[in-house]
Design a binder for this molecule. Structure first.
Ligand code: E4P
Length: 216
């Protein structure tokens, strides 16, 4: 499974990227607004730190605006992926952009049908929102599992990004059902390596080693 970071916070990106574990970054208007910085400046900075795909979202809601914004975004860096919302206008834009070789990430996917349409339209990535489905008492992980099965069955090439990840369990469970990528918030990522029994084990090893040194 590839790991993307779901943040525009430069400190979080640098910290986790230094571990060699970051395959890409996703942003959305909410994530960018949280940083209180210029959109272009922050996206270009992220693209210079992380070599993998960096998703930046269009704001326009009609096909013409989306395509215009996407063409502009694609000039900012080689690793830009244009995030397009899952709408009729968005599908049309993805179809146009995929023919121009501009990579797209279709966002706000909440059903297998939406994921299938986005993949057929030529999306490079499709982003089912696991956490937001769980919020409305719908099994987000199960939806990812079904979408994976459907895309694989028909040989569709779009990669599935498990998005709206809220917990360690979401990462583990979407990995288990074959999501190609999980995009993980910066503050959640450290929970992937932390475990109380690891800390307890280290403490015990240190105590035993110190006792052994004293009694030598
Ligand atoms: C990433 O592509 C999505 O925009 C993000 O994961 C949404 O997460 P949220 O549902 O926690 O806002």
């Amino acid at each position: 499974m590839k790991f993307f970071l779901d943040t525009a916070n430069i400190e979080e990106i640098k910290r986790i990227n230094a571990l060699g574990l970051v395959d890409g970054v996703t942003t959305n208007p909410t994530i960018i607004a949280r940083e209180g910085r210029d959109f272009k400046e922050v996206v270009k900075e992220i693209c210079s730190i992380v070599k993998g795909p960096v998703s930046a979202e269009v704001i326009g809601l009609d096909t013409e605006s989306m395509v215009k914004e996407a063409r502009e975004l694609a000039t900012w860096a080689e690793n830009i992926v244009v995030k397009i919302p899952m709408t009729e206008a968005g599908l049309k834009a993805v179809n146009i952009l995929s023919k121009e070789g501009i990579k797209t990430n279709v966002t706000l996917i909440f059903s297998v049908a939406q994921g299938l349409l986005a993949a057929k339209a030529g999306a490079t990535y499709v982003s089912p929102f696991v956490g937001r489905l769980d919020d409305i008492a719908t099994d987000g992980v199960e939806m990812v599992a079904q979408l994976k099965h459907v895309l694989s069955s028909y040989g569709l090439k779009s990669e599935i990004i498990a998005a709206s990840i809220r917990s360690l369990a979401h990462v583990e469970e979407t990995a288990a059902v074959g999501a190609d990528i999980a995009t993980i918030p910066g503050d959640l990522f450290p929970k992937l390596w932390a475990h109380p029994l690891t800390d307890k084990g280290i403490d015990q090893f240190m105590k035993d080693w110190e006792g052994f040194q004293k009694n030598k």
